[in-house]
Design a protein around this ligand. Structure first.
Ligand code: F6R
Length: 366
C-alpha cells in the first residue's frame, strides 16, 4: 500500500508529478490556449462580476490560499482577502452577494472551514469549494467547485494535496483572467505551457533527495529554524516551517524575508539555520541583500535557488538548485525540497512522520 516507500508521506511527496498532471488534465490546453474548470464555467457570470474573492481555509490549505491571493490579484486583477476560517466565522465579517468565497480543504470536513462557508452562504455569497475528498461536506455545501484529484492523502502532514490545490488555484486565476481580458493570449499560453512542464521539473527536484538527506543530517539537532521568502514564495516559507514543526517537533517560523529585520533578526546567531526561498526573478537582488543580513549575524544559510545561480552560491552555506520556471508557478517546485527536508529531519530524529503526536488528519471539531 505504500508502493515500496517507507512512509505514506514520502510516497505522497513522490506522487506529486503525477497528481499535478491529474489535476490539470482535461482542464486546459497550452497549445490551444484554453482553460475550463467546470465549476467556474457554470457560474461564470457571477464569478466574472465578482468584486472580491474571500479565501478561507486552515493550516496548509490556508497557505495555498495565501498563494492564490498573489495569483488572482496578479493575473485577474480582482481584490482578494485570505482568512483563517476560525477567525472569519466569528468576526461578523462584511460579506455580500458580489463576493465569491473560496473554501480550500483537503478533507472537505474541517469544522471551521465548513462553518465559515455556511455563514457566508447565508449572506448570499457564491461559495466555491476546492476539496480533495469527493462528496465531502464542504464539497456538498459549496455552490460550485473543483476537486483537486490528488488521490487519498494518508500522511497527516499535507503534501500532494497542497500542490494540487495550487495547481487548481492557478487554473482558476487564469480562467478568470482570460474571461476578464486581464491577460494576453501569449502570456496565458506561456504560463499554461510552463504548468504542463511542472511535473517533470518536480521529478528533477525529487532527484535532490540524497543531497537533502545529507543536509538533514547536519541540522537535525537544531532547536529552531527560520524560513524566509518573498512574493509567491512567502507562503511557501510558511508551509516549509509548518511541515518541519508538525513532523519533527523543531520550532520553526516562516516570515516574509523583508519582515525579518522588524524582529526575528534578533534570533539569529551561529546556531540558527535559515532557509531562503531565493528563486524569484522579480526580487532577486532584494533576497540577496536579505541573505547578506543573515550572513552578517552568522546564521547558517540554506538557499533554494534556480539552477545555475552563482551569486547566492558564494554567500550561502548550502544551496539546493531547482529547475527554473515561470515565477508564479515556482512554489510548485520550491515547496518540494522543504517537504523532503522536514521528512528527513523527522526520520533522523526518530519521529513518526505519518502520525505525528497530537495531530489528526481531519479536524472535525473546532
Ligand atoms: C498540515 C495539515 C493541516 C491541514 C489543516 C486543514 O500538514 O495537514 O494543517 O492542512 O488541518 O485541513 P483540510 O485541508 O483538510 O481542511
Amino acid at each position: 500500500e505504500k508502493g515500496g516507500f517507507e512512509h505514506f508521506m514520502l510516497k505522497e511527496i513522490y506522487e506529486q508529478p503525477k497528481v499535478i498532471e491529474d489535476s490539470f488534465r482535461g482542464r486546459m490546453s497550452a497549445t490551444d490556449g484554453w482553460i475550463k474548470l467546470g465549476g467556474v464555467s457554470e457560474f461564470s457570470t457571477k464569478i466574472d462580476k465578482a468584486e472580491r474573492f474571500i479565501i478561507t481555509a486552515c493550516g496548509t490549505s490556508y497557505h495555498s490560499g495565501l498563494l492564490a491571493e498573489y495569483l488572482i490579484e496578479e493575473l485577474a486583477r480582482v481584490p482578494v482577502e485570505v482568512e483563517y476560517a476560525s477567525e472569519f466565522r466569528y468576526r461578523n465579517p462584511i460579506i455580500n452577494e458580489t463576493d465569491v468565497v473560496i473554501a480550500i480543504s483537503q478533507s472537505g470536513e474541517t469544522a471551521d472551514t465548513l462553518a465559515a462557508i455556511e455563514m457566508a452562504k447565508e449572506r448570499q455569497a457564491l461559495i466555491y469549494g476546492i476539496c480533495n475528498v469527493i462528496g465531502s461536506s464542504i464539497a456538498r455545501v459549496s455552490h460550485a467547485g473543483s476537486y483537486t484529484h490528488a488521490g487519498p492523502e494518508i500522511g497527516v502532514a499535507s503534501t500532494k494535496a497542497f500542490s494540487t490545490q495550487v495547481s487548481i488555484l492557478t487554473l482558476l486565476a487564469l480562467q478568470i483572467a482570460q474571461s476578464k481580458g486581464t491577460i494576453s493570449t501569449s502570456k496565458l499560453r506561456q504560463i499554461l505551457y510552463e504548468l504542463e512542464h511542472i511535473p517533470e521539473k518536480i521529478e528533477e527536484t525529487l532527484q535532490l533527495d540524497g543531497q537533502i538527506r545529507e543536509l538533514a543530517a547536519i541540522y537535525k539537532d537544531a532547536t529552531n529554524f527560520l524560513y524566509l521568502g518573498r512574493g509567491v514564495n512567502f507562503p511557501v516559507a510558511l508551509e516549509g516551517a509548518l511541515k518541519l514543526k508538525e513532523i519533527s517537533y523543531i520550532h520553526a517560523e516562516g516570515y516574509p524575508a523583508a519582515e525579518m529585520k522588524h524582529g526575528p533578526i534578533a534570533l539569529i546567531d551561529e546556531e540558527m539555520p535559515v532557509v531562503f526561498l531565493a528563486t524569484n526573478q522579480s526580487a532577486y537582488e532584494k533576497i540577496v541583500s536579505n541573505i547578506q543580513e543573515v550572513k552578517a549575524r552568522k546564521g547558517k544559510i540554506i538557499a533554494i535557488v534556480n539552477k545555475g545561480d552563482t551569486q547566492i552560491r558564494n554567500l550561502a552555506d548550502h544551496v539546493i538548485e531547482v529547475p527554473e520556471t515561470e515565477e508564479v508557478l515556482s512554489p510548485l517546485v520550491t515547496v518540494v525540497p522543504l517537504q523532503l527536508l522536514a521528512y528527513h529531519i523527522a526520520i533522523l530524529r526518530g519521529c513518526n512522520v505519518d502520525q505525528p503526536r497530537n495531530l489528526a488528519k481531519s479536524v472535525t471539531v473546532e
